[in-house]
Structure formats: structure tokens, C-alpha cells
Design a protein around this ligand. Structure first.
Ligand code: IDP
Ligand code: MG
Length: 150
């Protein structure tokens, strides 16, 4: 099995609203493996680099301020299809369009306070994990693996 990884980040509003455990619970319960985890304040330069594809958008300065407004929880989750499935679990970018049952659909209303980030492709995930975890991630194999994968 290819070990696909995704960069998942609980944004400052998610941390402030006490949603850290709820988000981690959903990824754990689905069967994904936590490979990296840290609570950190974000330098402006890192937020700008993370969202560099959006730098021409009018909301870019507010987005960078939002990401730097309090600590985030930076995570790497691993498992089959975690990038696409993680995006489904997170829901649409605009929470009003997110289905109930998704993280944004259950916990958010506005696009500028949408609680969580998830990589949108395997290539983005590789770039984002390199950016947020230059020190690398943990190596381990969960004992439940044969009970999650056949
Ligand atoms: P995504 O987070 O669902 O991948 P992107 O289009 O990559 O969505 O946008 C990155 C982040 O920028 C969004 O999660 C949201 O916080 C913010 N954002 C996107 N579009 C808007 C907007 O129209 N107004 C304000 N913030 C926005
Ligand atoms: Mg995105």
C-alpha cells in the first residue's frame, strides 16, 4: 500500500473554540494514522508561503492575518486516500455549502473562519508537509493496521 500523507491544520479559530480533540477524533476514528503533531504560532512568512497560490486574491492579507492570529495545530495524517478523503471529511471551502457531517458543515459558518485546512492534492501535501515539518515526522506502525486494511 502506498503511504499517502496529508497536511491537516486546525486554524486559530478551531483551537480557540476547543475543536482540537474533535478534529483529531474524527481522523483517528476513520482509521488514519497521526504522523506529525504540533501546536505553534505562525510567522507571517510561513503563512504567506503556505498560501502563495492565493497571493493575488483580495482576501490574501486577511487570510494571512487570520492564520497568524493565534496558535494552529499542524498535523500530518497518513493512510489510503487520506488526501481526498480528508477533504471530504473537512467539507467545502465555504462552510454554508459544506454538508452536515463534515467538519466545516458541523462547526463553521463563514469562509474566513472555516476551522481547518487540508491539502488538496498529493503534490500539495508533499509541499506543505515539507514547509510545516522541515524536521520530519514520526515513524511508527499502528498495531490496528491489519484490522483497518485487508
Ligand atoms: P480550502 O481551504 O478549502 O482548500 P482555498 O480555496 O485553498 O480553500 O482557500 C484557502 C483558504 O482561504 C480558505 O480555507 C479560507 O480560509 C480562505 N478563503 C478562501 N476563499 C475566501 C474568500 O472568498 N474570502 C475569505 N477567505 C477565503
Ligand atoms: Mg486550499
Amino acid at each position: 500500500m502506498a503511504t499517502e500523507q496529508s497536511y491537516i491544520m486546525i486554524k486559530p479559530d478551531g483551537v480557540q473554540r476547543g475543536l482540537v480533540g474533535e478534529v483529531i477524533k474524527r481522523f483517528e476514528q476513520r482509521g488514519y494514522t497521526l504522523k506529525g503533531l504540533k501546536l505553534m504560532n505562525v510567522e507571517k512568512s510561513l503563512a504567506e508561503k503556505h498560501y502563495e497560490d492565493l497571493s493575488a486574491r483580495p482576501f490574501f492579507p486577511a487570510l494571512v492575518d487570520y492564520i497568524c492570529s493565534g496558535p494552529v495545530v499542524a498535523m500530518v495524517w497518513e493512510g489510503k486516500g487520506v488526501v481526498a478523503t480528508g477533504r471530504k471529511m473537512i467539507g467545502a471551502t465555504n462552510p454554508l455549502a459544506s454538508e452536515p457531517g463534515t467538519i466545516r458543515g458541523d462547526f463553521a459558518i463563514e469562509v474566513g473562519r472555516n476551522v481547518i485546512h487540508g491539502s488538496d492534492s498529493v503534490e500539495s501535501a508533499t509541499r506543505e508537509i515539507g514547509l510545516w515539518f522541515p524536521e520530519g515526522v514520526a515513524q511508527w506502525t499502528p498495531v490496528a493496521k491489519p484490522w483497518i486494511y485487508e
